[in-house]
Design a protein around this ligand. Structure first.
Ligand SMILES: [Zn+2]
Length: 418
């Protein structure tokens, strides 16, 4: 893969490398060991083109690269991390090398981040990540979809970052505005923040003419960047130099074999100030450490197939169904019998709450009932940050048998949330 034959290099007149030869084969790790001044750094600089070889050959993947400018050598896929991780000091040498392989191509990317720039880690996480690889970032945030489409056109956005349901909404508005998605520069999208399945992926790809990638992260660990799909899109490679991944049986805590679905548990290796040890994510996934055709050796987690607690995610907001009761009770004054209904309308998530009307809530006047519904809606919005639809239903119409009437009905077609 990399071969040096009798290489001689100089710093002006000082003859530093005197006939170095070495051969690195694919998959091999080679260490150069020597005293200070032996020429280790000069050898690396000669390979990278930072120092010119005056004699000898430097071959990479069969091509002679001696004499090429350093940027052309990087373009061949050969990257070099200086001593002390001087490029991205906070990242490991391995992560620096991986980035080195992408730098030039991704520098041309324009990344439009249509996540909410609030307390949600997705927007800033992917924003700074895109900046790190040298891409231009358009922080369009969420909402005003017609403006999102104009930005897609005017800024020649190549990469869209948002929730999968918002990507479908953008596709819809593109159609309404009479824009042909084929004229856009859009090549790919990084989607997350809510559960989504292969059907949604296919719909996004067909409507926007892009490749849709899944990525995984959680606020408790660092936000996005824990794992992400490669072009093969058969699981998400975990950044294993930063995280140790385990899959456990959520009931017994027993560590499960690769390929078995269980609760994903993460331990941070490099995180400072707020490290977590064996953090139980509550997300269900399986682990695969078989080789990936893309060449990355990092293990992959499957796409998240659901939660092992009863949390549901609506518009990127995590909701514990049991926590909705006290919010409703604060308005109604009694513990209500209720059921959450999650669905899709115009490709957007919505949250509905069915509430049984009890005697204490029974009003003979329609307007008092309407006022109650308004207060409930406002209370839920102020507490959870999401405006629900409220339906008052007859007492006894929501069956409380847990087996047959779950507190949550999820009609989105993705992974069942309960
Ligand atoms: Zn891969």
């Amino acid at each position: 893969m990399l071969r040096l034959r009798s290489v001689h290099s100089y710093y002006s007149n000082a003859h530093v490398l005197k006939g170095i030869s070495l051969h690195v084969r694919p998959g091999e790790l080679i260490a150069l060991i020597g005293a200070n001044g032996a020429g280790k750094t000069t050898t690396l600089k000669t390979i990278s083109g930072l120092v010119k070889a005056r004699r000898g050959e430097v071959g990479f993947r069969g091509a002679d690269i001696a004499g090429l400018a350093p940027n052309k050598i990087v373009r061949q896929g050969l990257s070099h991390v200086p001593e002390g991780r001087q490029i991205f000091a906070k990242m490991t040498v391995w992560a620096n090398l991986e980035l080195g392989g992408y730098l030039l191509r991704d520098r041309e990317d324009v990344v439009q981040v249509a996540f909410n720039y609030g307390l949600f880690t997705g927007a800033f996480g992917l924003h700074y990540g895109a900046e790190q690889i040298g891409a231009s970032v358009v922080p369009s945030s969420v909402g005003n979809t017609r403006r999102q489409v104009r930005i897609l056109k005017d800024y020649r956005t190549t990469t869209l970052v948002c929730t999968p349901s918002y990507a479908l909404r953008i596709a819809e508005v593109i159609k309404q505005m009479g824009v042909d998605p084929k004229i856009l520069a859009l090549k790919q999208g990084l989607f997350g923040g809510e559960p989504w399945g292969e059907e949604v992926r296919q719909a996004i790809e067909e409507r926007l003419y892009i490749k849709a990638y899944d990525n995984y992260g959680l606020s408790e660990v660092m936000g996005p960047g824990v794992a992400g799909e490669c072009p093969n899109r058969a699981g998400m490679h975990v950044a294993e130099d930063h995280f140790i991944t385990e899959i456990i049986d959520p009931d017994t805590g027993e560590v499960l074999q690769n390929g078995t679905t269980g609760e994903l548990v993460l331990t941070t290796v490099t995180k400072e100030a707020f490290p977590v040890i064996r953090f139980r994510t509550g997300d269900l996934a399986s682990l695969d450490d078989s080789p990936c055709p893309c060449g990355r050796t990092l293990a992959r987690i499957s796409r998240i197939s659901g939660r092992c607690d009863d949390i549901i995610i609506v518009k990127g907001v995590n909701i514990y169904p049991g926590a909705v009761g006290p919010i409703l009770e604060a308005v109604t004054g009694v513990a209500p019998v209720y059921q959450l209904v999650v669905g899709l309308e115009n490709d957007q998530d919505f949250l509905g709450i069915r509430i049984e009307v009890s005697e204490a809530m029974f009003f003979d006047k329609m307007e008092r009932q309407r006022a109650m519904v308004d207060r409930l809606r406002k209370k839920v919005r102020d507490t959870l940050g999401i405006t629900p639809r409220i339906w008052l239903v007859e007492a006894g119409s929501i069956r409380q048998d847990e087996e047959t009437a779950p507190m949550v009905v999820d009609r989105r077609g993705g992974p069942e949330a309960s």
